[in-house]
Design a protein around this ligand. Sequence first.
Ligand code: SF4
Length: 699
Amino acid sequence: MTCPTRTACPYCGVGCGVLATPDGKGGATVAGDPDHPANFGRLCSKGSALGETLALDDRLLFPQIAGRRASWDEAIALTAATFREAIDAHGPDSVAFYVSGQLLTEDYYVANKLMKGFIGSGNIDTNSRLCMASAVAGHRRAFGTDTVPTCYEDLEQADLVVLTGSNLAWCHPVLYQRIAAAKAARPGMKVVTIDPRRTATSDLADLHLGVAPGSDAALFNFLLHRIQSQGAIDAAYVLAHVDGLPAAMAEARRWPVERAAEVTGLAPRDLEAFAALWIRREKGVTLWSQGLNQSSSGADKANAIINCHLATGRIGRPGMGPFSITGQPNAMGGREVGGLANMLAAHLDLENPAHRAAVQGFWGSPAMAERPGLKAVDLFEACAEGRIKALWIMSTNPAVSMPEADRVRDAIRATPFVAVSEVVRGTDTGDLADVLLPAAAWGEKTGTVTNSERRITRQRAFLPAPGEALADWDQLARVGRAMGFEGFDFASPAEVFREHAALSAMAGRMGRDFDLSGLEGISDADYDALAPVQWPVTEAGSRARFFADGKFHTETGRARMLPVAPRAPESRLSAAFPLRLNTGRVRDHWHTMTRTAKTPRLSRHIAEPFAEIHPADADAAGISPADLVHVIAPEGRVTVRALVTDRTPRGAIFVPMHWTSQWASAGRVDAAVRANVDPVSGQPELKGAAARIERADFA
Ligand code: SF4
């Protein structure tokens, strides 16, 4: 009998451990890994269906150049030569990589090293920009580093869990199950959900706050105001460890209950009930996700939450802290290697000359990036304007998932050279490629991922890669060598990881939190056997929580509270576009469905795209349940079926983002979302477009 392979689920940031057993016919059966500390054997509907998604019928098996089959040597040579020509003619900022939180850390590491250390540009950004960039910015402003202070056990130990901007039950199901189990075992534990919609997650809540879309910062400013007025500020903690309280309070005091009620749309008694729950329960975790991050003021919202925890000293101890959950399986791994255009490897700062010099010395780089590169929205805008001459997209589908997706599709089409590394044929983005590079998929590639609580887990191969598919790190290393660079002669992902760990050890010696010195020089065998472990990993061991000692990474060593002036979503409502368009996810599909659509079981839950609309708004528009409707915004439209429900508030529409032009000829919803971004984080506001809804008349 074949022994199962221990690996990690490739979907969400919970990072569940999976036992995969090949069936000998090209597929595999999967089960939850009972020994993995993220899930202890649990899997959600998506994870448990992984074995049904391994069919090869739509796989990209060979490199293609302009639609014809090519050899790897040809494809690599053409990609390297085209990037080299663009750099020579127009400078390093004329080229760009757009990568993905689906990549493994080893892939991400090589991509960042090539772009930031050898090409010499910061132009590498990632679809994680769409997921958690605002939380990263919030962490860096408050703590001086992008350090997640909390862990999953904190959610089980808390007396109060606040879930804001997160449909955890559908988007991070196993973590939701852990909270639900803890609540069932400890009746005194309370859960508050904050979301304009009443979702499956709010069914667990003792108190659900249906805030007006985008008004979260006003709510947390009110909470900070109440924390002070009720004498709940931990003055000793603030005196010892926190700067910025007076300025933050000056703004918070502008948010008495009456004003907060007006802006959030909540009843004053609900606001007071929330404040009372929060203030009376010292052990509290405030968890947030895309609902807050995908906003033109997402970084401010993160800091409004962090302010409340810093003012009360509720951070760094069991059962308490602010906790941003990542959407993708390896958004955290990308952050470790500097996977965002404004970050450097090993959680070092791209804008810090000493950090740049240290990394350049470590890599022996000929040309380091000297400034942050283009963030996702700006990157595709640069393509549209003709400033990007060569673009490499890996493991993501921006022609569907970016805001103003039609414009992004046109921008990619207009770029003189586009390479796309993909697992499957026929994606909206892959169809625009000059060079298509077949990538190894989950189950065929090996490396590491890091989940939302900083836990590194090995992904292990249990199936051969089909055709000529190659791991992404290998593709990148081949292009690096073909461009004439030294330092890309990696023979295995273990070699990449060893270099990544050694660089992190250097960062650790520079006083950074991210430190894998305990894994420096790890042997191939130990890498292969690596058990799930939270970083940092040093001689002193691993650590579940940060900031217990009250020491932060700002210049003063103290945390920073920030004054937060709440702002409405950037797109203004009008008579022509009176509804707030909220985009999001459904329980059983993932991203643009390249994997989850392979199993009918997952499509049975929700088989087609829809627009959730309140009965009163439906009546006003003459829409009956199950009518086909157009959701129309200035930037575009999508035609879907109406789901009339009072779980969505009046004045808002919710449309899932998964369906692509492959599945829904009537449009992709992100084409209708204006590309407004947070000025601090660069994260697009995917939940705040202005739109209207009309019954579709095909007569
Ligand atoms: Fe996979 Fe997330 Fe489900 Fe766990 S909760 S099985 S990581 S999709």
